[in-house]
Write a protein that binds this ligand. Structure first.
Ligand SMILES: [Fe+2]
Length: 321
């Protein structure tokens, strides 16, 4: 088990959480591949805050760009409290953090040389985190954006990414496509995420090229060949590619990223290709993915309820291959 019954360390104060200094783009990479940061291959995410209250403009931008990025969408203190809550829970695993630094900085011990990955346990009963992802700011946003009563998936994807490789390029629909396709992901960073720490990247206008990856978009990672149980529904565990550089060249759009700050929100379609940058720092990168849709639309049963079945055995579907 990741968590131990060790005592919870002393709480860091909100004031300990400071703005990180910006770093340079010179050494960014994803999945071990250095990214081309020339203007034809790389760009900054555009802040949609100026049109935050203009629902029709937001819908149009989502149709055209496949994502919306908001600086300072949430009050910074709200995110800081959730960050502290996550760090305190993770610190129950003794030997993870370098305690010569304040826990709030999330500095890992030198022996941690690889991403830690999903830590969904850190979301269970975590009221500070649930206040962010199911709270009034996000509820009001998706209600206006979708034009009706919204529901969210109950499952919260918590990512705790230490030094090492980022997430491979993928579209979310292959993990959650058994309900409506009018489903949106909210990616929220819990900390200031400079380029050396990594962060999510979006492949520009990739949702407009869905025809070329139709087979991929119609796949489901939890299917398997019932006549050959060793063969899964999709190779690479749902990734579209293992190489973000060659994928960008094939698609032609730029990778779009930002140095994120606590309070930022990035929301995107489930057919938008995205990945994450590698973490070259000694700090933990914390983020959540949560999903929202109209309550009247069908929902993927794997991700709702008190104990969502997720990608477990109950969620698997057999096909004749
Ligand atoms: Fe994703």
């Amino acid at each position: 088990m990741f968590f131990t019954k060790a005592s919870i360390p002393e709480s860091p104060r909100l004031a300990d959480i400071r703005l990180m200094d910006a770093t340079s783009l010179s050494s960014i990479s994803s999945c071990g591949h250095p990214l081309d940061t020339c203007g034809h291959a790389w760009g900054e995410l555009r802040d949609s805050s100026p049109i935050r209250k203009d629902t029709s403009a937001l819908r149009q931008r989502m149709r055209e760009e496949g994502h919306l990025f908001f600086r300072g969408f949430f009050p910074r203190d709200l995110i800081a409290r959730a960050r502290i809550s996550l760090l305190e829970r993770l610190a129950e695993n003794e030997g993870l953090f370098d305690r010569t630094h304040p826990l709030s900085e999330g500095v890992l011990v030198a022996e941690i040389k690889s991403p830690i990955g999903f830590t969904p346990e850190a979301a269970l009963g975590n009221t500070a985190l649930q206040r962010v992802v199911f709270g009034p700011e996000i509820q009001e946003f998706y209600t206006r954006f979708l034009g009706g009563v919204v529901r969210h998936f109950d499952y919260i994807w918590v990512r705790s990414m230490g030094p090492g490789s980022g997430t491979r390029p993928h579209c979310d629909i292959v993990y959650m496509g058994r309900g409506t396709r009018e489903l949106y992901t909210a990616w929220i960073p819990y900390g200031d995420v400079t380029y050396d720490i990594g962060g999510l990247i979006i492949l520009e206008k990739s949702h407009l090229q869905s025809d070329r990856i139709a087979k991929y978009l119609n796949s489901d990672v939890d299917t398997f060949c019932s006549n050959n149980p060793e063969r899964h529904g999709w190779k690479f565990g749902g990734a579209l590619s293992t190489n973000p550089v060659s994928l960008q060249k094939k698609f032609g759009g730029r990778w779009l990223g930002a140095e994120f700050r606590m309070g930022d929100l990035l929301t995107f379609r489930t057919d938008t290709v995205h990945a994450s940058l590698d973490n070259h720092s000694d700090r933990l990168r914390l983020s959540t993915d949560t999903r929202y849709q109209l309550a009247t639309e069908p929902v993927d049963e794997r991700w709702v309820g008190e104990n969502p079945i997720g990608h477990g055995p109950a969620g698997r579907r057999g096909l004749i291959c």
